[in-house]
Design a protein around this ligand. Structure first.
Ligand code: FCB
Length: 467
C-alpha cells in the first residue's frame, strides 16, 4: 500500500448495519485483465474478433495484453490481499480451458486457474468463480453463437471441465455474468461482441443463455460432494416512468420487462412474463422454448449476483412526441436522471440501488443476494508515482455501500459487496479509456498503484469487521 495517499476525512459511512460476517470482495473478468491471448493453447474468443472490427472499440484497443495478469497473477493476488478483502471474483476464459468450445480440457489453460485458486486460498481469500464473462469461443459463434440452442449444451460441458478441476477447493460458482449484455448488446444493439444486430437473435440468445445456466447448475450440483453455492449474476437498474402518462408507464414496464423480468421470472418462477410474451408476439417473435426448458431454467440456485451501476427513467415518446418508431414499434426511450455523472456518462443514483434491492427482495423472495459488481469510472489523474486522489470514486463507493446497508435495513438479504474493479482494465467497447479500478494501472509499465478509494475500501472493511 502506498502510504502517501490518505482517505478523505468525512467519508466514513454508516456501516453499523453491516455485520462483521458481511462478505467483501473485488471483481475482475478474464478478457479484461489477462492478456496472453495466444498462450498455452488459448484460441480466440468473440471479443478478440470484435476488437479487430474497425470502429468497434474506442482507440482500436484490444485485450491482447490488458493488465498482463496472466503473467503477473502472483503479484496481483498479493495486491488483493493487501486490500483486506475476503473474496476475489474472477472469471474463467472458456477458450483457454476448452479451445474452440468443444472437446477435452486444455490442461495448460486450466492450470492457470488452478494456480490462481491455490494462491488465493493460501492468502485466506475465497475464490468466487464466474464461468462466463462474455468470452465465447469464436468457433461457437461461427456455429451460430448464443442464438443457437447447441451453445447452451456446449456451455454446460465446459462448466463441468472447470468444475471437475476446481470444485475440490472452490465453493462459489456463478454461471453467467450479465446475460442481458450478452444477448441485448451483443446480438441486438451490436455494440458488444459479436456485434450482431438482430432482434430475434437476441431473444433466442436470452433463452439459450438461461438454458445454459440451468443445465450447468443441474450438472454441477449433481456432481458436488459437499455444500456449494451456485448462482447467476444479472445487471439490473431501476426503470421508472419519466412522467405519469400511460405511454411513459408502459415504456417503463417494457424496459423493466426486457431488462429484469425476462431473466428473473423464468429463473425463479419458471415462466416468462405474460406481458413480455405478448409484446414479443406483437413483434412476430417468441422465446424458442422447448418442452422441459423452463424446468431446467428454474432449477433452484443459492445466490443472486447483482451488478448495479445506475437507474433510469423511461419515456414512451421520442423527442418529437411520436409514440412509435419508424418500424412501428412502441418507443422506449431512456432518460438519464439529472445530477452528477461518471466518466461513462452514467448518472449517480445510489438511492435507486436501495430501491432495486428492496424490490428484488419483495418480488423474488427467499433468495440471498451478493453485489457482484458496483463501481464507477472517473477521469483519474495520476501523479508521477501513479497516485490517484479519487474522491469521486471513493464517494461513489461510500454512497452505494450505504445504499446496500439501507436496503438490508428494509429487509433485503444482501450478504456481500464486491467492488468493480480491482484494477483499471479493458472496458469493452470503451477500451482502456475508462478506468474503473480502485487500483491504478500504468499500461506502459504495468505498475499497479492503489488509489485513495482502495485505501478507503480497506479501512472501511476493517472497521465493519471491527478489526
Ligand atoms: C459490467 C461488466 C463488467 C464491467 C462493468 C463496468 O457490465 O460486467 O465487466 O465492464 O460493467
Amino acid at each position: 500500500m502506498n502510504p502517501t495517499v490518505t482517505p478523505a476525512p468525512g467519508l466514513l459511512l454508516p456501516t453499523a448495519d453491516l455485520p462483521p460476517s458481511f462478505r467483501w470482495g473485488v471483481a475482475t473478468s478474464s478478457y479484461q485483465i489477462e492478456g496472453a491471448v495466444a498462450e498455452d493453447g488459448r484460441t480466440p474468443s468473440i471479443w478478440d474478433t470484435f476488437c479487430r472490427m474497425p470502429g468497434a472499440v474506442v482507440g482500436g484497443d484490444n485485450g491482447d495484453v490488458a493488465c498482463d495478469h496472466y503473467h503477473r497473477m502472483p503479484q496481483d493476488v498479493a495486491l488483493i490481499k493487501s486490500l483486506g478483502v475476503d473474496t476475489y471474483r474472477f472469471s474463467v476464459a472458456w477458450p483457454r480451458v476448452q479451445p474452440g468450445g468443444r472437446g477435452p480440457a486444455n490442461q495448460a489453460g486450466l492450470a492457470f486457474y488452478d494456480r490462481l485458486t491455490d494462491r488465493l486460498l493460501a492468502e485466506g481469500i475465497d475464490p468466487w468463480v464466474t464461468l462466463y464473462h462474455w468470452d465465447l469461443p469464436q468457433e461457437l459463434e461461427d456455429a451460430g453463437g448464443w442464438p443457437n440452442r447447441d451453445t447452451a449444451y456446449r456451455f454446460a460441458d465446459y462448466a463441468m471441465l472447470v468444475f471437475d478441476k476446481l470444485s475440490d477447493r472452490v465453493d462459489n460458482w456463478t454461471t453467467l455474468n450479465e446475460p442481458w449484455c450478452s444477448a441485448w448488446l451483443g446480438y441486438y444493439v451490436g455494440v458488444h461482441a459479436p456485434g450482431r444486430k438482430n432482434f430475434d437473435d437476441a431473444i433466442a440468445a436470452v433463452h439459450h443463455l438461461l438454458l445454459g445456466h440451468g443445465l450447468a447448475t443441474q450438472r454441477m450440483r449433481a456432481a458436488a460432494t459437499r455444500e456449494m453455492k451456485f448462482g447467476i449474476t444479472l445487471n439490473m437498474g431501476t426503470a421508472d416512468p419519466a412522467t405519469d402518462t400511460a405511454a411513459d408507464r408502459d415504456a417503463a414496464r417494457r424496459a423493466d420487462g426486457m431488462g429484469l423480468r425476462i431473466y428473473l421470472d423464468p429463473l425463479r418462477k419458471g415462466s416468462y412474463p405474460a406481458d413480455m410474451v405478448e409484446d414479443l408476439a406483437a413483434r412476430g417473435t417468441a422465446f424458442p422454448v422447448q418442452d422441459g426448458d423452463l424446468e431446467v431454467i428454474s432449477t433452484p440456485f443459492d445466490v443472486l449476483g447483482v451488478n448495479f451501476y445506475f437507474g433510469q427513467d423511461f419515456s414512451g415518446t421520442d423527442e418529437q412526441g411520436n409514440t412509435h418508431d419508424a418500424d412501428g414499434h412502441p418507443v422506449v426511450r431512456a432518460i438519464l436522471p439529472a445530477g452528477p455523472r461518471t466518466a461513462m456518462d452514467w448518472p449517480i443514483t445510489a438511492e435507486r440501488f436501495t430501491q432495486l434491492l428492496v424490490r428484488l427482495h419483495r418480488d423474488y423472495p427467499g433468495l440471498p443476494m451478493v453485489i457482484t459488481e458496483n463501481g464507477a469510472a472517473f477521469d483519474d489523474s495520476a501523479d508521477a508515482d501513479g497516485n490517484v486522489a479519487d474522491e469521486d470514486r471513493t464517494s461513489y463507493l461510500a454512497e452505494h455501500i450505504a445504499a446496500v446497508a439501507a436496503a438490508r435495513e428494509q429487509g433485503a438479504d444482501v450478504r456481500g459487496y464486491f467492488a468493480w474493479s480491482l484494477m483499471d482494465n479493458f472496458e469493452w467497447a470503451e477500451g482502456y479509456a475508462k478506468r474503473f479500478g480502485i487500483v491504478h494501472v500504468d499500461y506502459e509499465t504495468q505498475v499497479r498503484t492503489p488509489k485513495q478509494s482502495a485505501l478507503w475500501y480497506r479501512d472501511t472493511i476493517s472497521r465493519v469487521r471491527g478489526s
